[in-house]
Design a protein around this ligand. Sequence first.
Ligand SMILES: Cc1cc2nc3c(=O)[nH]c(=O)nc-3n(C[C@H](O)[C@H](O)[C@H](O)COP(=O)(O)OP(=O)(O)OC[C@H]3O[C@@H](n4cnc5c(N)ncnc54)[C@H](O)[C@@H]3O)c2cc1C
Length: 259
Amino acid sequence: MEITKIKEVVLEAEGIKTFILEKEVKATPGQFVMVWIPGVGEKPMSASYATGNLGITALAVGPFTNRLLEMKEGELLGIRGPYGRGFEIKGEKLLVVGGGVGMPPLAAFVDEATKEGKKVTAIVGAKTKSGLLFCDRLNDAGARVLTCTDDGTEGVRGYVTDAMSQLLRTETFDSCYTCGPEIMMHKVMVMAKESKIPTQLSAERYFKCGIGVCGHCAIDYKGQRVCMEGPVFSDSELESGEFGKYARDATGKRVYFKN
Ligand SMILES: Cc1cc2nc3c(=O)[nH]c(=O)nc-3n(C[C@H](O)[C@H](O)[C@H](O)COP(=O)(O)OP(=O)(O)OC[C@H]3O[C@@H](n4cnc5c(N)ncnc54)[C@H](O)[C@@H]3O)c2cc1C
């Protein structure tokens, strides 16, 4: 565990902030760090800036993230990692599909893929315009950005899968990369497969240790640990089993996703 100072705080959208830390890393986009707030707890967060000063981007949903979002420049966080398996750049023409706070690891991925000269199209979705994350950053990196919002306040009205379905009528891609709500990722994976496009997705499960010891984040039926074998998996690794159907809460009880 390394104790590091918060260097900069950026308000990205209502309830969403990026924390740039003094700790320097060279992580693979899709890898995560364990973030410790003394007296509150420790949670996994994807690297939203994966090279140079580490960045994490959090949405306030519960005790940990609410406390994190109150933190200011100069305050201290404990960091373990980077851990896990990140995204692998495969092919030349890449499709990135992100929903809400699934965008942090994908933004880091787009930075790297565009630096390597890949042609990236990013579909960014959110409930409403103010929740669309990192669109300027993706544009500046050279990606083509298509937006969609549930309420139609920006871009296509509807889900990222609606925009993806329109796009796949006229174009194809070498690989697809997705992160966001699990039901969304499952639909993206199925649609991409119908178009014969392989998908890599970043799975989210309740973590305890983050280093493969406790087994809490293991996915049925093959038992892959999200913290070790993931969090990024290929479609074929998750096709059969719990992915898209249920996850386990902090006690280990199954919680089924609502469609
Ligand atoms: C590999 C990995 C990477 C992650 N990366 C990020 C990241 O980059 N940014 C980030 O903010 N979080 C990320 N998470 C989730 C994070 O670790 C926390 O679980 C989450 O932020 C909630 O923690 P909490 O203690 O504040 O709330 P909790 O008490 O755990 O949750 C409060 C309530 O909010 C719900 N909830 C949890 N997450 C979300 C969500 N994303 N949207 C809506 N409701 C939710 C819970 O089901 C619960 O009902 C990641 C998780 C994993 C496994």
